[in-house]
Design a binder for this molecule. Structure first.
Ligand code: SF4
Length: 515
């Protein structure tokens, strides 16, 4: 993509985006961890250092859908008369990337991003409803505007918007926009209604086979670019709100995905993460009807792309061909996140997970037999209704059998619009917490052992943060291991470097730069 990230455009560590209407957006550079990083000018000059500073003009933007911008660190007032927006995101990676696309829609309409909601004309919350706490947090944010909305437009997007619908207007009458993710394609129309003075505007339609395509996507992550390949979910896990909040499964055409990957490579990105609630259920709706594996191989073959990740995989759609593709394609990362949720067949049935423990372990076997060692991570829920001590023990023995590199563990919490909500035999909260602690301690021991075995190994790491106070850099290996390391070099952000592991703790790996 010409004009973006070109060496000639590099001039400072502040990125500048100019639109034809003479609107200017100044944006700072942010690391993966969300901390603002100071990037010396020299670090942003290289084409494949891919932290380029650039100026995007309107002529570029018309065709350039991937302005690689970061979280705005903006002038404090709309002195030029443009409309401004503030967007806060809760929840998962899918939400974070949806926000990048929503921001793109707003930038394309001439809005400018601000860091402080008090300075924004339009305040949006992109919400999560996976757990009660996340929902409460959003209502607390909305409560902040009760007496001070002052003509601002307040909007709720995402899962909570879909789940609560027009009820949000009842609880927070100062809200003007409620829009679920399945209706994001209608955002320009909804914004136009608001701009014309519309008081209450909703996008809550779930009945769609369309995906959310944007002319502009604001890229908040300078190291890794996200591409959604499938939206919604056709499974019906009994504890999960996603089918209700994100609608039915719909895949993007492979041509659109490849074109986006090519644009990202042209903008200097070398790492792409393909996203979907069930990413490996991908089915190309276009005439070429590519499978997920064909798409994976094609994205990995895009010139300039060195790493391709994908998340989240459903065990039911995890086929051996995915392992073969990882084995045969160095650009496909050797990491698979395969949520199991429970080690007990009885609980898996109650959860409607559509696989048995044995079938799940078969998939783990395929990965363990791969030529490239594959790092495996998972999600686990403890305290699902009816989970007995014996069921929980099955989950612990599954941990022992798989030896995950990391797990994300949760206690079950009932959610509206799920079939598990009214199940009997709830596990008491105290017992859930006890089981969670036992699970985490078992996994901690596994991680200590796994990480200690890595001492002496050398990994190629893509550097994504610098912690000046600790004198450390941070980066990820292709197996998605987070490695903290020291280096005598002063500029590394965005580079691929070799790091030798010198220590392995339960939650972190330490190393040193091999020059
Ligand atoms: S597969 Fe199950 S847990 Fe995952 S999004 Fe779909 S319903 Fe939810």
């Amino acid at each position: 993509m010409s004009g973006l990230n070109s060496p000639g455009a590099a001039s400072s560590n502040v990125l500048e985006l100019k639109l034809s209407m003479s609107r200017t957006f100044d944006v700072g550079i942010e690391t993966l961890a969300g901390q603002v990083a100071v990037v010396p000018a020299a670090a942003v000059a290289g084409r494949h250092g891919h932290l380029g500073t650039f100026t995007v003009r309107a002529s570029n933007l018309a065709s350039a859908s991937d302005a690689k911008l970061t979280n705005p660190a903006i002038a404090s007032e709309s002195s030029d008369g443009t409309k401004s927006f503030y967007l806060e995101t809760f929840g998962c990676q899918m939400n974070a990337h949806d926000s990048e696309k929503v921001s793109g829609v707003l930038l394309g309409r001439g809005y400018r991003a601000v860091e402080n909601p008090a300075q924004a004309d339009l305040v949006l919350y992109n919400t999560c409803s996976i757990r009660e706490k996340a929902a409460q947090k959003v209502f607390a944010r909305l409560g902040d505007w009760k007496t001070v909305a002052n003509g601002k437009i307040i909007g709720v997007l995402g899962c909570l918007a879909q789940q609560e619908g027009e009820e949000i207007f009842e609880r927070a009458p100062w809200v003007s926009l409620v829009c679920g993710s399945a209706s994001y394609r209608k955002l320009p129309e909804l914004l136009a209604q608001l701009e014309a003075g519309g008081r209450r505007v909703t996008g809550l339609d779930l009945d769609t086979d369309e995906t959310f395509e944007t002319e502009i996507t604001r890229r908040d992550n300078l190291i890794r670019a996200y591409i959604t390949i499938i939206e919604g979910c056709d499974y019906s896990c009994s504890y999960c709100v996603v089918p209700h909040t994100r609608g039915p499964e719909r895949s993007r055409a492979s041509e659109a995905v490849i074109a986006e990957a090519e644009r990202l490579a042209g903008a200097g990105y070398t790492e792409i993460q393909l996203l979907g609630q069930t990413v490996n259920s991908y089915r190309d709706p276009s005439a070429r009807k590519w499978s997920f594996v064909e798409l994976l191989r094609a994205v990995a073959a895009v010139p300039g792309i060195r790493r391709v990740r994908f998340t989240t995989s459903h065990p039911n759609d995890f086929h051996r061909e995915i392992v073969h593709a990882i084995d045969e394609t160095p650009a496909l990362c050797d990491h698979v996140h395969l949520p199991v949720q429970s080690g007990s067949d009885r609980v898996l049935r109650a959860m409607r997970r559509t696989y048995t423990r044995e079938e799940y372990l078969q998939k783990i076997e395929w990965m363990r037999a791969a030529k490239r060692p594959i790092s495996i991570t998972s999600d686990i829920i403890v305290g699902f209704p009816g989970e007995t001590e014996a069921d929980f023990e099955d989950t612990l023995t599954l941990l022992d059998a798989v030896q995950y590199d990391t797990i994300f563990s949760f206690t079950y919490s009932p959610r509206p619009n799920t079939s598990a909500k009214d199940m009997l035999d709830a596990v008491p909260e105290e017992e859930k917490s006890k089981r969670l602690a036992v699970l985490n301690e078992r996994q901690r021991q596994i991680q200590i052992a796994n990480n200690e075995k890595l001492v002496g190994e050398t990994f190629e790491v893509l550097v994504d943060a610098h912690h000046a106070a600790r004198g450390q850099w941070t980066g990820r290996s292709t197996s998605n291991r987070l490695i903290n390391f020291t280096s005598t070099r002063a500029i590394l952000l965005g580079e691929y470097v070799s790091v030798r592991v010198t220590r392995g703790g339960p939650n972190c790996i330490g190393g040193e730069h091999v020059l």
